[in-house]
Each structure stands twice: as structure tokens, then as C-alpha cells.
Design a binder for this molecule. Structure first.
Ligand code: SF4
Length: 322
């Protein structure tokens, strides 16, 4: 097997609070191959966005390692990190706030070209921006316009063009379609897939929307209260999840075909605050099959077969008709 493009080991982010600390991310490990999409899923507050930001060092980790193309990202100084960022880009959830409202589209998309000194002349810069606009399905006519003149879907296309500008190898996409109308979501997801095929891009795709994840991801990593609880190929994870939390998430996801509806597993209570995470398995107060050991002991991520990992003392496949 080829070396992964991105390898994350024991990544953690702990925020100090009065009398303790919040473990927003608590020892997360995963890999992403070139050209692969790995989805990070989980409810709001599970640490997936913090994990995404740490991959680019927009948030500095408290512990762990991040290796990108064999280079230790956390060991890089400011200048080397800026150089490396050319290959690692991010697209945020909200295209309304992630694009500077005062700038014209040309300057927004050209920003990474300017930062990395990738264009020798104004003509070359403009030609490259026009090329990028076309790659994301927009016309050169938009060059002089401002973000407010576009729809949400068009703004996210502009954000994707900006991320593509320095020819990255990996893009962290943090809920890239959740602020968009459902009818527009599929178009943007399809665009991302086309670009992946064209340029061999890898994605870390952060989402709470399982239908979108199922469509785009090759592998899925499920997070709960700062920890990875299950990880496997999209096909296996959706067909036979091992972890009770994944089983509950999938059972709650809407399914159009009534023949395929699953028995809904209703979880008691809300996700606890990471400032007050339960002992042992964080999921135990809500888990329908918790035992005494779950309160005491943290379950390790274990290989359940064929590289499918789950962190449950009693994890076993839960076949779901799909
Ligand atoms: Fe449920 Fe226990 Fe498994 Fe946690 S370790 S998911 S509480 S059965």
C-alpha cells in the first residue's frame, strides 16, 4: 500500500477552563490517501470542525502529529508552513461570510496566487482566474462582481475556485453544502467529485448530513464528544455499523424509499457538554446497550475485520437493510 498523503495520530485540542479543561478533540487518528474522500461525521460539538482546522494549523493542536506527504506539519516554522499551505486548502460552510464582501471575485480567487507568488504578470493572473471560474462552472463575466451579487451556490463555487487556485493536493471541506438549498447541494457535491477526478484531489469532508456523506465519501469516520468511535469504508459502515452511536445516527437519517426504512433507535438525552464529558465510554449515558464496564473503561478503537474500526466494548455488526 502506498504511503498515505495525510496521516494524523493522537490529535488533540484541549481548551483550558476554570477548574479544568475542555477536551474538544481527544486523541484522533486517521489517514487519507491521495485522491480519497474521508468524511468526518457527528453531531454539532463533536470536534469535527476543530479537527479540520487543526489539519491546516488554523487551530494549534494540544498534542498529536500531522504528517502530510511525509512532512511533519507541526514541526514547521511559519515560512515553511505557509509554503506547505499551498497544498492544503480549506472551504468553509458559510460562503456568505467566508468571502470578503468588499473584494471583487477576481481578487478573491487570486488571493492564494498572490500569497504564493504564482503569477508573473497581471495578464497571467487574470487568465488563471478565468480558468478557475470556468472549472467551477462560472463565466468570465463575473470577474468584476462582488460576492453579494451571487446566489449561495455560486458563492460556494467561488470559494472552491479560490481553494483550487494554488493547485492543492488536499482540501478540507467544512460543511461545504449545509448552508445551501437542497436543490443546489447536489450540484456543488457533483462539482467537487468532478474536480477530484480531474486533479486527483483528496478531501476531508466534514458533515452532519449522512445522505451527502454517503454520496461523496470513500471512507467515513464517526466522532462523538471529541473521539473517533467508528471508521470504515462508506459501503460497510452504512450497511453494517458496529458502534451503537453510528447505528442510532443511521437509523435517524431520512430514507426516501419506505421499503428501506430502518427501525429508529431513539437516543435518550442530548449530547453532553465536552466540558463535562461522561467517564469511560463517553456515549454510555445514552447508549441503549451500555453495561457497567462502559462507565469505567474507555473502549479502544479495534479492528472489527477488514480494517473496519469501532470503539465499543461490545461492538458487533448491526445489519441495516439498504
Ligand atoms: Fe455502548 Fe458500552 Fe459500546 Fe459505549 S462501550 S457504545 S456504552 S456498549
Amino acid at each position: 500500500m502506498n504511503a498515505p498523503l495525510l496521516s494524523v495520530r493522537g490529535l488533540a485540542k484541549h481548551f483550558p477552563i476554570k477548574g479544568g479543561q475542555v477536551k474538544a478533540v481527544d486523541g484522533v487518528s486517521f489517514e487519507v490517501a491521495a485522491g480519497e474522500t474521508v468524511a468526518l461525521v457527528g453531531e454539532s460539538g463533536c470536534g469535527k470542525s476543530t479537527t479540520g482546522r487543526m489539519l491546516l494549523r488554523l487551530t494549534e493542536p494540544s498534542a498529536g502529529t500531522i504528517s502530510f506527504d511525509g512532512v511533519d506539519l507541526l514541526g514547521l516554522g511559519r515560512t515553511d508552513l505557509r509554503r506547505r499551505r499551498r497544498e492544503l486548502q480549506i472551504v468553509f460552510q458559510d460562503p456568505y461570510s467566508s468571502l470578503s464582501p468588499r473584494n471583487r471575485v477576481e481578487d478573491i480567487i487570486a488571493e492564494p496566487l498572490d500569497v504564493h507568488g504564482l503569477c508573473a504578470s497581471r495578464e497571467q493572473r487574470r487568465d488563471r482566474v478565468i480558468e478557475l471560474l470556468r472549472l467551477v462552472g462560472l463565466d468570465a463575466i463575473h470577474l468584476r462582481r462582488h460576492p453579494f451579487e451571487f446566489s449561495g451556490g455560486q458563492r460556494q463555487r467561488i470559494a472552491i475556485a479560490r481553494a483550487l487556485a494554488p493547485q492543492p493536493r488536499l482540501i478540507v471541506a467544512d460543511e461545504p453544502v449545509s448552508a445551501l438549498d437542497v436543490s443546489v447541494q447536489a450540484q456543488v457535491v457533483n462539482l467537487m467529485q468532478d474536480l477530484q477526478e480531474k486533479f486527483g484531489l483528496a478531501y476531508v469532508f466534514i458533515s452532519h448530513d449522512l445522505a451527502v456523506v454517503r454520496h461523496i465519501a470513500h471512507r467515513v469516520a464517526v466522532m462523538y464528544l471529541g473521539r473517533l468511535v467508528e471508521m470504515g469504508s462508506t459501503e460497510t459502515l452504512f450497511a453494517a455499523p458496529h458502534h451503537p452511536y453510528t447505528q442510532a445516527l443511521l437509523s435517524a437519517a431520512p430514507v426516501a424509499d419506505p421499503e428501506r426504512r430502518r427501525t429508529r433507535i431513539v437516543l435518550s438525552g442530548d449530547v453532553p457538554s465536552p466540558a463535562n464529558a461522561p467517564s469511560g465510554c463517553h456515549f454510555h449515558p445514552r447508549c441503549p446497550v451500555a453495561q457497567a464496564v462502559c462507565r469505567e473503561s474507555v473502549p479502544e478503537l479495534r479492528d472489527m475485520g477488514n480494517g473496519h474500526m469501532a470503539a465499543c466494548h461490545f461492538g458487533k455488526p448491526f445489519p441495516i437493510s439498504v
